[in-house]
Design a protein around this ligand. Structure first.
Ligand SMILES: [Fe+2]
Length: 181
């Protein structure tokens, strides 16, 4: 029997996915500035995304990802991802928190918004009919969020742009505040 090394390695608690088929993208502030009430003037890195994508984009195939969110804010508003529904609403997704502290903002198609706490070890099963956005609520720690989702799920960002999540998440000192839109 031939025994070979795996094509990718992901030391979950202390490393990023590495190996064949792993892409790495860096998101800078100007790409997400429109999400914030009072944008910053500078352009720091907001998050980095690693995705293991070996295709094909067919039903049943999966993607594996990691998002590393920086502990930055926009004049008090916590760093967040764009947030999306799945184009194919039948596709679910797992998120799991590997490091840091944050919130998983969730919103149904009627705009009802709630959140799940994210902390090392938290696991989140997300329905495709529910929009999802990660928020790093820490002032000084990165938030590491892993994900596994179907290649065919797609990202429907437009629906969130038309009807945003019901709350903004802000931090004053150590206090996290939810501001209704
Ligand atoms: Fe998703």
């Amino acid at each position: 029997m031939n025994v070979i090394d795996p094509s990718i390695i992901h030391h979950l608690m202390r490393g990023v996915p590495e190996g064949e088929g792993v892409t790495h993208a860096v998101k800078r502030y100007h790409e997400v500035a429109a999400l914030y009430e009072n944008p910053r003037d500078d352009d720091p890195v907001v998050y980095e995304v690693y995705v293991h994508d070996v295709g094909p984009k067919i039903k049943g195939n999966l993607l594996w990802g990691l998002t590393v969110m920086k502990p930055i804010d926009s004049n008090g508003e916590c760093n967040m991802t764009r947030g999306h529904f799945h184009e194919d609403r039948d596709c679910t997704e797992y998120y799991f928190c590997l490091r840091g502290e944050g919130l998983l903002l969730l919103m149904d198609e009627q705009g009802e918004t709630w959140a799940e706490r994210m902390f090392e070890g938290s696991l989140h099963h997300i329905d495709g009919h529910v929009a999802h956005r990660c928020v790093n609520t820490s002032a000084d720690e990165e938030l590491w969020v892993g994900a596994c989702w179907p290649t065919v799920s797609g990202h429907d960002y437009g629906a969130v742009e038309q009807r945003e999540f019901g709350y903004r998440v802000k931090r004053t000192g150590n206090e996290i505040i939810f501001e209704k839109r």
